[in-house]
Design a protein around this ligand. Structure first.
Ligand code: FAD
Length: 483
């Protein structure tokens, strides 16, 4: 930190300084904010990131560090670190020309943004042009963490372990481009993303809250919705069975969007429009997508608590999700009167059309084990929040027990799928091993060795999901033509 303070005197912050405290206080989860790095440094552009990374990884320094964008990954240590290291906070990062943080191409077909922005910053530039891109449902989520757990990128500008800045895309460093789609913290710090834009006018979207007694109706709706998605892929429907500490009752929170200004479009919403399940609170309406993402943020009950999220994937099944909720009730109900305790089991569909979407839409392959042949799936996330550090142990243990139960039971019922969606997972989960095929994982390991031969990032960069670099690479030969 003293070296950083010498090189970046106005961009390095210590715990007594307001900027350090502000950055710490804007993590989504108090489990992350309670870690206190020796210092925090705010690079302003890719060349600052390059200099910082080169300093940290030099043999004579070898400093541990974490990297943070929106700070929304919930588990402790995902994007923050304790006294043993420092945190690179990308929130002040601008594009290489030093002018803008988000820039639309002249033909408006692509948008480039610094890795330091949040989705709302991108949507606000696209909205006046009636455009959008594929991003987070909540405007507050950072682009950095979000996009290193998914697909849809045209180009990554990335700083490698030694400070070299390169661009990875379909024609340059295409092996790295492939790996970065599930790259997490293995390859380098991304400083800019380029993405395709799509025309987007007003949408029908928002939230509806239902009584917990309507769970079977809504889950049956989600089964049909997932199956029918092929007929009209402009739709999203996700739901949470949640404990609501304010009302002291269970509730169902649904997030719904249709990318046209049409309420209850047919055929995906047919059953819900005519259903006996009527929302207790109805916030659906014709809106701009930006407003929908801001509303979702306001409705989210978890912010600022200590948090633990865990995720798994299974085949759509109403009874399984009801049983999972019942198991959660058994585990968490004894703690409902503890400060700020909130938990939910949420699902969102991965229709088979999505699993095969990458190759269908010519964005190239990705390392994930999701394939169209797998059929329809649901990604499930257990979210837990609480306020008292004294509850850390019991809340973490209960969340893990619930996941263990779900995985065992899904296997027994023939519903289990190994994929773990990185954006919803916890550091304790084997995300890389489970979400790729053995061959893809080996290839990711080889690519990491090519771009970081000594595994410096694996050793020094804390947080994210790491690729194991040892045994599995033995005897593996992968033809690489670049670098
Ligand atoms: C309220 C809420 C709503 C959410 N909604 C969605 C959703 O709709 N869809 C979805 O898919 N996910 C969603 N998520 C999950 C979210 O996408 C992930 O937690 C994501 O990692 C957050 O990105 P971030 O930049 O805010 O997080 P951070 O905590 O800043 O970073 C997350 C990880 O990415 C790494 N990282 C960050 N920036 C970079 C970079 N530039 N280069 C390399 N590594 C980097 C960090 O080191 C860390 O390991 C949501 C999370 C929350 C809390």
């Amino acid at each position: 930190c003293s070296l950083l303070a010498a090189s970046f005197p106005s961009q390095t912050f210590f715990s007594s300084q307001g900027t350090y405290q502000d950055q710490q206080s804007t993590y989504y989860s108090a489990s992350q904010a309670s870690l206190t790095p020796t210092c925090r440094v705010s690079p302003k552009g890719p060349s600052d990131v390059a200099k910082i990374l080169a300093m940290a990884t030099q043999d004579e320094n070898r400093c541990q560090f974490a990297v943070r964008t929106g700070g929304h990954m919930a588990w402790s240590g995902a994007s923050n670190i304790g006294k043993e290291g420092f945190t690179i906070d990308l929130q002040e990062l601008v594009l290489e020309d030093g002018q803008a943080r988000v820039r639309l191409s002249e033909d408006k077909a692509a948008v480039s943004f610094s890795a330091g922005v949040r989705w709302r910053d991108v949507y606000r530039v696209l909205k006046p042009e009636n455009l959008t891109t594929v991003g987070g449902r909540i405007g507050d989520v950072g682009v950095g963490g979000f996009l290193l757990g998914g697909d849809y990128i045209l180009n990554y500008e990335i700083v490698l372990f030694n400070g070299t800045i390169i661009n990875a895309n379909g024609s340059s460093h295409s092996d790295l481009y492939w790996a970065l789609k599930l790259g997490s913290t293995n390859y380098g710090i991304v400083t800019r993303f380029d993405m395709v834009t799509y025309p987007q006018g007003p949408v029908w979207g928002g939230s509806q809250f239902f009584s917990i007694h309507d769970a079977p109706v809504l889950l049956n709706h989600l089964v049909a919705f997932t199956k029918n998605f092929d007929k009209d892929p402009k739709a999203f429907f996700g739901l949470s069975l949640a404990w609501n500490p304010q009302a002291k009752d269970y509730i169902i929170w649904t997030l719904q969007t249709y990318l046209k200004p049409v309420p209850y479009p047919s055929p995906l919403w047919d059953d819900l429009r005519d259903s006996t399940a009527k929302p207790l609170i109805d916030m659906m309406g014709i809106k701009n997508l930006v407003d929908v993402t801001e509303e979702f943020k306001e409705a989210d009950p978890g912010k600022h608590g200590r948090s633990r999220w865990l995720s798994m994937t299974y085949k759509p099944d109403v009874k399984f999700h009801l049983d999972l909720h019942a198991k959660g009730v058994e585990l968490f109900e004894p703690y409902h009167d503890h400060p700020g305790v909130h938990w939910a089991v949420s699902i969102q569909p991965i229709p088979k059309k999505f699993s095969g979407a990458s190759s269908v839409q010519k964005r190239g392959e990705n390392p994930s084990c999701l394939k169209q042949e797998t059929g329809d799936l649901w990604v499930m996330v257990i979210t837990t929040d609480w306020l008292d550090p004294a509850d850390d142990k019991v809340m973490n243990t209960n969340a893990e027990t619930l996941l263990e139960w779900a995985e065992d039971e899904a296997r027994k019922r023939g519903l289990f799928h190994p994929f773990i969606y990185p954006n919803y997972a916890s550091g304790s989960q084997s995300v890389m091993e489970r979400s790729t095929s053995p061959e893809a994982l080996r290839k990711m390991g080889v690519i990491s060795r090519m771009y970081d031969p000594k595994g410096v990032l694996n050793e020094l960069w804390r947080g994210g999901f790491k690729i194991s670099r040892r045994g599995e690479l033995e005897g593996w030969v992968y033809d690489r033509v670049e670098l």
